[in-house]
Ligand binder design. Sequence first.
Ligand SMILES: *Cc1c(COP(=O)(O)O)cnc(C)c1O
Length: 393
Amino acid sequence: MSKIEIDENGYYGNFGGAYIPEMLYPNVEELKSKYLEIMYEDSFQKEFQYLLKDYVGRPSPLYLAERLSEQIGATTYLKREDLNHTGAHKINNAIGQVLLAQRLGKKRIIAETGAGQHGVATATVCALKGLECIVYMGAIDIERQAPNVARMKMLGAKVVPAKSGSQTLKDATNEAIRDWINNPADTHYVIGSVVGPHPYPDMVARFQSVISEEIRKQLKEKTNSELPNYLVACVGGGSNAAGTFYHYLNEESVKLVAIEAAGHGVNSGMSAATTQLGTLGVLHGSKSIVMQTEDGQVVEPHSISAGLDYPGIGPLHAHLFESKRGIFLSATDDEALEAAFNLTRLEGIIPALESSHALAGLKKLDLKKEDVVVVCLSGRGDKDMDTYMKAMG
Ligand SMILES: *Cc1c(COP(=O)(O)O)cnc(C)c1O
Protein backbone atom coordinates (compact mmCIF):
# COMPACT_ATOMS: atom_id res chain seq x y z
CA MET A 1 0.00 0.00 0.00
CA SER A 2 1.39 3.43 -0.88
CA LYS A 3 2.05 5.89 1.90
CA ILE A 4 -0.82 8.15 2.95
CA GLU A 5 0.53 11.70 2.90
CA ILE A 6 -0.19 15.14 1.50
CA ASP A 7 1.91 16.53 -1.40
CA GLU A 8 3.24 20.10 -1.66
CA ASN A 9 0.16 21.22 -3.61
CA GLY A 10 -2.16 19.97 -0.92
CA TYR A 11 -3.32 16.75 -2.57
CA TYR A 12 -3.96 13.39 -0.98
CA GLY A 13 -3.96 11.24 -4.14
CA ASN A 14 -6.61 12.77 -6.42
CA PHE A 15 -8.21 14.96 -3.76
CA GLY A 16 -7.49 18.35 -2.21
CA GLY A 17 -5.83 21.42 -3.72
CA ALA A 18 -7.05 25.00 -3.46
CA TYR A 19 -9.95 25.95 -5.74
CA ILE A 20 -10.61 29.53 -4.71
CA PRO A 21 -11.58 32.85 -6.26
CA GLU A 22 -8.60 34.99 -7.21
CA MET A 23 -9.51 37.55 -4.54
CA LEU A 24 -8.67 34.96 -1.86
CA TYR A 25 -5.18 34.15 -3.17
CA PRO A 26 -3.31 36.57 -0.89
CA ASN A 27 -4.94 35.22 2.30
CA VAL A 28 -4.55 31.56 1.42
CA GLU A 29 -1.00 32.04 0.09
CA GLU A 30 0.04 33.79 3.32
CA LEU A 31 -1.33 30.92 5.37
CA LYS A 32 0.22 28.27 3.10
CA SER A 33 3.68 29.82 3.20
CA LYS A 34 3.72 30.27 7.00
CA TYR A 35 1.56 27.69 8.78
CA LEU A 36 4.13 24.91 9.23
CA GLU A 37 6.91 27.22 10.34
CA ILE A 38 4.67 28.93 12.91
CA MET A 39 3.02 25.71 14.17
CA TYR A 40 6.34 24.08 14.98
CA GLU A 41 8.08 27.10 16.57
CA ASP A 42 9.07 26.37 20.17
CA SER A 43 7.09 29.30 21.58
CA PHE A 44 3.96 28.25 19.66
CA GLN A 45 4.19 24.64 20.78
CA LYS A 46 4.80 25.71 24.36
CA GLU A 47 1.66 27.85 24.47
CA PHE A 48 -0.46 25.35 22.50
CA GLN A 49 0.52 22.42 24.73
CA TYR A 50 0.01 24.49 27.86
CA LEU A 51 -3.53 25.48 26.84
CA LEU A 52 -4.40 21.92 25.76
CA LYS A 53 -3.35 20.74 29.22
CA ASP A 54 -4.55 23.40 31.65
CA TYR A 55 -7.41 24.99 29.71
CA VAL A 56 -8.90 22.09 27.72
CA GLY A 57 -8.00 19.42 30.29
CA ARG A 58 -5.86 17.16 28.11
CA PRO A 59 -4.83 14.45 27.84
CA SER A 60 -8.41 13.25 27.52
CA PRO A 61 -8.78 9.81 29.18
CA LEU A 62 -8.70 6.58 27.20
CA TYR A 63 -11.46 4.75 29.06
CA LEU A 64 -11.93 0.98 29.02
CA ALA A 65 -15.70 0.56 28.62
CA GLU A 66 -16.10 -2.83 30.30
CA ARG A 67 -19.82 -3.36 29.96
CA LEU A 68 -19.80 -2.14 26.35
CA SER A 69 -16.84 -4.45 25.64
CA GLU A 70 -18.78 -7.40 26.97
CA GLN A 71 -21.74 -6.55 24.75
CA ILE A 72 -19.63 -5.87 21.63
CA GLY A 73 -17.44 -8.94 22.16
CA ALA A 74 -14.07 -7.14 21.93
CA THR A 75 -11.99 -4.92 24.20
CA THR A 76 -13.38 -1.43 23.58
CA TYR A 77 -11.81 1.85 24.67
CA LEU A 78 -13.43 5.27 24.41
CA LYS A 79 -11.23 8.28 23.66
CA ARG A 80 -13.00 10.85 25.83
CA GLU A 81 -13.02 14.05 23.72
CA ASP A 82 -16.43 14.67 25.34
CA LEU A 83 -14.60 15.69 28.52
CA ASN A 84 -12.78 18.59 26.83
CA HIS A 85 -13.68 22.17 27.76
CA THR A 86 -16.71 23.19 25.62
CA GLY A 87 -17.65 19.54 25.19
CA ALA A 88 -16.00 18.25 22.02
CA HIS A 89 -12.79 17.91 20.00
CA LYS A 90 -13.39 21.21 18.16
CA ILE A 91 -11.59 23.26 20.83
CA ASN A 92 -8.22 21.63 19.88
CA ASN A 93 -8.37 23.17 16.42
CA ALA A 94 -9.88 26.49 17.55
CA ILE A 95 -6.99 27.06 19.96
CA GLY A 96 -4.43 26.12 17.32
CA GLN A 97 -5.85 28.43 14.67
CA VAL A 98 -6.37 31.41 16.99
CA LEU A 99 -2.77 31.15 18.26
CA LEU A 100 -1.62 30.99 14.65
CA ALA A 101 -3.76 34.01 13.71
CA GLN A 102 -2.18 36.03 16.54
CA ARG A 103 1.28 35.22 15.21
CA LEU A 104 0.19 36.34 11.75
CA GLY A 105 -0.76 39.68 13.33
CA LYS A 106 -4.51 39.23 12.78
CA LYS A 107 -6.85 41.14 15.10
CA ARG A 108 -10.20 39.88 13.86
CA ILE A 109 -11.43 36.29 13.81
CA ILE A 110 -14.30 35.02 11.68
CA ALA A 111 -15.88 31.58 11.59
CA GLU A 112 -18.88 29.81 10.14
CA THR A 113 -20.99 27.44 12.15
CA GLY A 114 -23.90 25.06 11.57
CA ALA A 115 -25.07 23.66 14.88
CA GLY A 116 -22.92 26.16 16.73
CA GLN A 117 -20.28 23.85 18.24
CA HIS A 118 -17.43 25.26 16.16
CA GLY A 119 -18.76 28.79 16.72
CA VAL A 120 -18.77 28.25 20.48
CA ALA A 121 -15.22 26.81 20.44
CA THR A 122 -13.95 29.76 18.38
CA ALA A 123 -15.79 32.36 20.50
CA THR A 124 -14.33 30.73 23.62
CA VAL A 125 -10.73 31.06 22.46
CA CYS A 126 -11.36 34.63 21.25
CA ALA A 127 -12.67 35.55 24.71
CA LEU A 128 -9.55 34.00 26.22
CA LYS A 129 -7.30 36.01 23.89
CA GLY A 130 -9.32 39.24 23.83
CA LEU A 131 -9.89 39.09 20.07
CA GLU A 132 -12.87 40.31 18.07
CA CYS A 133 -14.98 37.34 16.92
CA ILE A 134 -17.67 37.28 14.23
CA VAL A 135 -19.57 34.05 13.64
CA TYR A 136 -21.68 33.59 10.51
CA MET A 137 -24.63 31.31 10.99
CA GLY A 138 -27.65 30.49 8.83
CA ALA A 139 -30.79 32.34 9.95
CA ILE A 140 -32.65 29.03 10.29
CA ASP A 141 -29.82 27.51 12.33
CA ILE A 142 -29.88 30.54 14.64
CA GLU A 143 -33.49 29.71 15.45
CA ARG A 144 -32.85 25.96 15.83
CA GLN A 145 -29.73 26.26 17.99
CA ALA A 146 -30.73 28.92 20.52
CA PRO A 147 -28.57 27.66 23.45
CA ASN A 148 -25.35 27.78 21.39
CA VAL A 149 -26.26 31.22 20.02
CA ALA A 150 -26.67 32.42 23.61
CA ARG A 151 -23.30 30.92 24.58
CA MET A 152 -21.53 32.67 21.69
CA LYS A 153 -23.14 36.02 22.60
CA MET A 154 -22.24 35.66 26.27
CA LEU A 155 -18.65 34.94 25.17
CA GLY A 156 -18.67 38.29 23.35
CA ALA A 157 -18.96 37.09 19.76
CA LYS A 158 -21.13 38.79 17.18
CA VAL A 159 -23.45 36.24 15.56
CA VAL A 160 -24.39 37.35 12.03
CA PRO A 161 -27.36 35.65 10.34
CA ALA A 162 -26.89 34.40 6.76
CA LYS A 163 -30.22 35.09 5.09
CA SER A 164 -29.56 33.85 1.54
CA GLY A 165 -30.34 30.44 0.01
CA SER A 166 -31.40 27.71 2.44
CA GLN A 167 -30.19 29.89 5.37
CA THR A 168 -28.00 27.10 6.76
CA LEU A 169 -24.30 26.15 6.92
CA LYS A 170 -23.51 26.48 3.20
CA ASP A 171 -24.85 30.05 3.18
CA ALA A 172 -22.99 30.94 6.39
CA THR A 173 -19.78 29.69 4.70
CA ASN A 174 -20.42 31.94 1.70
CA GLU A 175 -20.88 34.96 4.00
CA ALA A 176 -17.66 34.16 5.87
CA ILE A 177 -15.72 33.91 2.58
CA ARG A 178 -17.17 37.25 1.46
CA ASP A 179 -16.04 38.84 4.74
CA TRP A 180 -12.53 37.39 4.34
CA ILE A 181 -12.21 38.75 0.79
CA ASN A 182 -13.18 42.22 2.08
CA ASN A 183 -10.82 42.12 5.08
CA PRO A 184 -7.67 40.31 3.90
CA ALA A 185 -5.12 42.16 6.03
CA ASP A 186 -6.46 41.97 9.57
CA THR A 187 -8.73 38.89 9.57
CA HIS A 188 -8.21 35.12 9.98
CA TYR A 189 -10.94 32.69 8.95
CA VAL A 190 -11.08 29.72 11.37
CA ILE A 191 -12.45 26.70 9.47
CA GLY A 192 -13.83 24.01 11.78
CA SER A 193 -13.07 20.74 9.97
CA VAL A 194 -10.55 19.12 7.60
CA VAL A 195 -12.19 20.84 4.63
CA GLY A 196 -11.55 24.01 2.65
CA PRO A 197 -8.63 24.95 0.39
CA HIS A 198 -5.09 23.76 1.13
CA PRO A 199 -3.57 24.28 3.72
CA TYR A 200 -6.72 24.02 5.91
CA PRO A 201 -7.26 20.23 5.72
CA ASP A 202 -3.62 19.56 6.64
CA MET A 203 -3.49 22.29 9.29
CA VAL A 204 -6.69 21.14 11.03
CA ALA A 205 -5.57 17.48 10.89
CA ARG A 206 -2.27 18.43 12.54
CA PHE A 207 -4.04 20.37 15.33
CA GLN A 208 -6.39 17.42 15.93
CA SER A 209 -3.58 14.84 15.70
CA VAL A 210 -3.06 15.28 19.45
CA ILE A 211 -5.90 12.72 19.73
CA SER A 212 -3.93 9.86 18.14
CA GLU A 213 -0.66 10.98 19.72
CA GLU A 214 -2.32 10.44 23.10
CA ILE A 215 -4.03 7.19 22.06
CA ARG A 216 -0.65 5.66 21.15
CA LYS A 217 0.81 6.50 24.57
CA GLN A 218 -2.27 5.53 26.54
CA LEU A 219 -2.76 2.25 24.71
CA LYS A 220 0.88 1.32 25.26
CA GLU A 221 0.39 1.82 29.01
CA LYS A 222 -2.83 -0.18 29.07
CA THR A 223 -2.21 -3.01 26.61
CA ASN A 224 1.56 -2.91 26.12
CA SER A 225 1.07 -2.12 22.44
CA GLU A 226 0.48 1.22 20.74
CA LEU A 227 -1.51 -0.46 17.99
CA PRO A 228 -5.19 -1.33 18.27
CA ASN A 229 -6.91 -3.56 15.71
CA TYR A 230 -9.55 -0.94 14.91
CA LEU A 231 -9.94 2.84 15.21
CA VAL A 232 -13.53 4.02 14.81
CA ALA A 233 -14.76 7.60 14.37
CA CYS A 234 -17.75 9.45 12.91
CA VAL A 235 -17.22 11.68 9.88
CA GLY A 236 -18.93 14.95 9.08
CA GLY A 237 -16.17 16.96 7.44
CA GLY A 238 -13.79 14.53 9.12
CA SER A 239 -11.73 16.36 11.76
CA ASN A 240 -12.22 14.06 14.75
CA ALA A 241 -11.61 11.08 12.50
CA ALA A 242 -8.48 12.71 11.01
CA GLY A 243 -7.15 13.35 14.52
CA THR A 244 -7.90 9.79 15.60
CA PHE A 245 -6.28 8.25 12.50
CA TYR A 246 -3.37 10.67 12.02
CA HIS A 247 -0.51 8.84 13.73
CA TYR A 248 -1.81 5.50 12.44
CA LEU A 249 -2.31 6.37 8.77
CA ASN A 250 0.71 4.32 7.77
CA GLU A 251 0.35 1.50 10.33
CA GLU A 252 -1.16 -1.04 7.98
CA SER A 253 -2.25 -3.49 10.68
CA VAL A 254 -4.60 -0.87 12.17
CA LYS A 255 -7.99 -0.76 10.45
CA LEU A 256 -9.34 2.78 10.09
CA VAL A 257 -13.13 2.84 10.26
CA ALA A 258 -15.12 5.96 9.32
CA ILE A 259 -18.84 6.09 10.02
CA GLU A 260 -20.97 8.48 7.98
CA ALA A 261 -24.54 9.55 8.70
CA ALA A 262 -27.06 7.58 6.64
CA GLY A 263 -29.97 9.72 7.84
CA HIS A 264 -33.22 7.90 7.03
CA GLY A 265 -31.20 5.36 4.97
CA VAL A 266 -28.51 5.69 2.29
CA ASN A 267 -31.02 5.49 -0.57
CA SER A 268 -33.88 7.37 1.10
CA GLY A 269 -33.08 10.79 -0.38
CA MET A 270 -32.58 11.94 3.22
CA SER A 271 -28.96 11.02 3.90
CA ALA A 272 -25.49 12.47 4.44
CA ALA A 273 -23.46 9.35 3.51
CA THR A 274 -21.13 11.23 1.17
CA THR A 275 -18.82 8.41 0.05
CA GLN A 276 -21.82 6.20 -0.80
CA LEU A 277 -23.76 8.89 -2.67
CA GLY A 278 -21.19 11.42 -3.86
CA THR A 279 -19.05 11.92 -6.95
CA LEU A 280 -15.87 13.83 -7.74
CA GLY A 281 -16.45 17.54 -7.34
CA VAL A 282 -15.27 20.79 -5.80
CA LEU A 283 -16.84 22.00 -2.57
CA HIS A 284 -15.65 24.85 -0.33
CA GLY A 285 -12.29 25.15 -2.03
CA SER A 286 -11.08 21.60 -2.47
CA LYS A 287 -11.56 18.69 -4.84
CA SER A 288 -13.24 15.83 -3.06
CA ILE A 289 -16.29 13.59 -3.04
CA VAL A 290 -19.46 15.69 -3.06
CA MET A 291 -23.18 14.90 -2.96
CA GLN A 292 -24.38 16.59 -6.14
CA THR A 293 -26.74 16.27 -9.07
CA GLU A 294 -25.44 15.35 -12.54
CA ASP A 295 -25.10 19.04 -13.40
CA GLY A 296 -23.14 19.77 -10.24
CA GLN A 297 -25.81 21.24 -7.94
CA VAL A 298 -25.05 20.38 -4.31
CA VAL A 299 -27.71 18.06 -2.87
CA GLU A 300 -29.14 19.00 0.55
CA PRO A 301 -27.94 16.38 3.03
CA HIS A 302 -29.90 15.08 6.00
CA SER A 303 -28.79 13.74 9.36
CA ILE A 304 -30.37 13.81 12.81
CA SER A 305 -27.03 15.18 14.01
CA ALA A 306 -26.22 18.70 12.87
CA GLY A 307 -22.47 18.03 12.99
CA LEU A 308 -22.69 15.28 10.34
CA ASP A 309 -25.21 17.07 8.13
CA TYR A 310 -22.66 18.01 5.44
CA PRO A 311 -22.74 17.19 1.69
CA GLY A 312 -18.97 16.67 1.38
CA ILE A 313 -16.00 15.08 3.13
CA GLY A 314 -12.42 16.24 3.63
CA PRO A 315 -9.90 15.26 0.91
CA LEU A 316 -7.92 12.98 3.26
CA HIS A 317 -11.02 10.87 3.78
CA ALA A 318 -11.91 10.85 0.08
CA HIS A 319 -8.42 9.41 -0.49
CA LEU A 320 -8.75 6.87 2.34
CA PHE A 321 -12.01 5.77 0.73
CA GLU A 322 -10.73 5.58 -2.84
CA SER A 323 -7.47 3.84 -1.89
CA LYS A 324 -9.41 1.42 0.40
CA ARG A 325 -7.07 2.30 3.29
CA GLY A 326 -10.21 3.29 5.20
CA ILE A 327 -13.34 1.25 5.81
CA PHE A 328 -16.38 3.49 5.21
CA LEU A 329 -19.69 2.48 6.77
CA SER A 330 -22.80 4.41 7.72
CA ALA A 331 -25.36 4.47 10.52
CA THR A 332 -28.94 5.74 10.29
CA ASP A 333 -30.61 8.29 12.57
CA ASP A 334 -32.40 5.46 14.39
CA GLU A 335 -29.25 3.36 14.79
CA ALA A 336 -27.44 6.38 16.24
CA LEU A 337 -30.25 7.06 18.72
CA GLU A 338 -30.24 3.42 19.80
CA ALA A 339 -26.45 3.50 20.27
CA ALA A 340 -26.74 6.69 22.35
CA PHE A 341 -29.23 5.12 24.76
CA ASN A 342 -27.22 1.90 24.82
CA LEU A 343 -24.00 3.67 25.88
CA THR A 344 -25.83 5.81 28.42
CA ARG A 345 -27.39 2.79 30.13
CA LEU A 346 -24.24 0.64 29.98
CA GLU A 347 -21.59 3.18 30.92
CA GLY A 348 -23.36 6.27 32.32
CA ILE A 349 -22.00 8.43 29.51
CA ILE A 350 -24.40 10.50 27.36
CA PRO A 351 -22.66 10.87 23.99
CA ALA A 352 -23.19 13.54 21.32
CA LEU A 353 -25.43 12.38 18.48
CA GLU A 354 -22.44 12.59 16.12
CA SER A 355 -20.34 10.27 18.29
CA SER A 356 -23.34 7.92 18.57
CA HIS A 357 -22.93 7.16 14.87
CA ALA A 358 -19.41 5.87 15.59
CA LEU A 359 -20.79 3.73 18.40
CA ALA A 360 -23.53 2.39 16.09
CA GLY A 361 -20.82 1.37 13.63
CA LEU A 362 -19.32 -1.09 16.12
CA LYS A 363 -22.11 -3.58 15.46
CA LYS A 364 -21.24 -3.65 11.77
CA LEU A 365 -17.66 -4.84 12.27
CA ASP A 366 -16.70 -8.47 12.29
CA LEU A 367 -14.93 -8.33 15.66
CA LYS A 368 -13.06 -11.13 17.39
CA LYS A 369 -12.75 -11.56 21.16
CA GLU A 370 -9.04 -10.67 21.15
CA ASP A 371 -9.51 -7.48 19.13
CA VAL A 372 -8.75 -4.08 20.65
CA VAL A 373 -11.01 -1.27 19.42
CA VAL A 374 -10.71 2.47 20.10
CA VAL A 375 -13.78 4.64 19.45
CA CYS A 376 -13.45 8.40 19.35
CA LEU A 377 -16.19 9.82 21.57
CA SER A 378 -16.02 13.19 19.84
CA GLY A 379 -18.44 15.07 22.09
CA ARG A 380 -20.94 15.05 24.93
CA GLY A 381 -24.69 14.87 24.54
CA ASP A 382 -25.84 17.96 26.49
CA LYS A 383 -26.58 19.83 23.25
CA ASP A 384 -28.72 16.91 22.03
CA MET A 385 -31.00 16.49 25.03
CA ASP A 386 -34.06 17.85 23.16
CA THR A 387 -33.65 15.17 20.50
CA TYR A 388 -33.05 12.45 23.09
CA MET A 389 -36.10 13.47 25.10
CA LYS A 390 -38.29 13.38 21.98
CA ALA A 391 -36.94 9.90 21.22
CA MET A 392 -37.90 8.76 24.72
CA GLY A 393 -41.46 9.92 23.96
C1 LIG B 1 -18.74 18.96 14.68
C2 LIG B 1 -18.76 17.64 15.33
C3 LIG B 1 -18.50 16.45 14.61
C4 LIG B 1 -18.29 16.41 13.12
O1 LIG B 1 -17.17 17.11 12.65
P1 LIG B 1 -15.85 16.37 12.17
O2 LIG B 1 -15.05 17.45 11.55
O3 LIG B 1 -16.25 15.31 11.19
O4 LIG B 1 -15.21 15.78 13.37
C5 LIG B 1 -18.46 15.25 15.30
N1 LIG B 1 -18.71 15.19 16.63
C6 LIG B 1 -18.99 16.31 17.35
C7 LIG B 1 -19.26 16.16 18.80
C8 LIG B 1 -19.02 17.56 16.73
O5 LIG B 1 -19.31 18.65 17.45
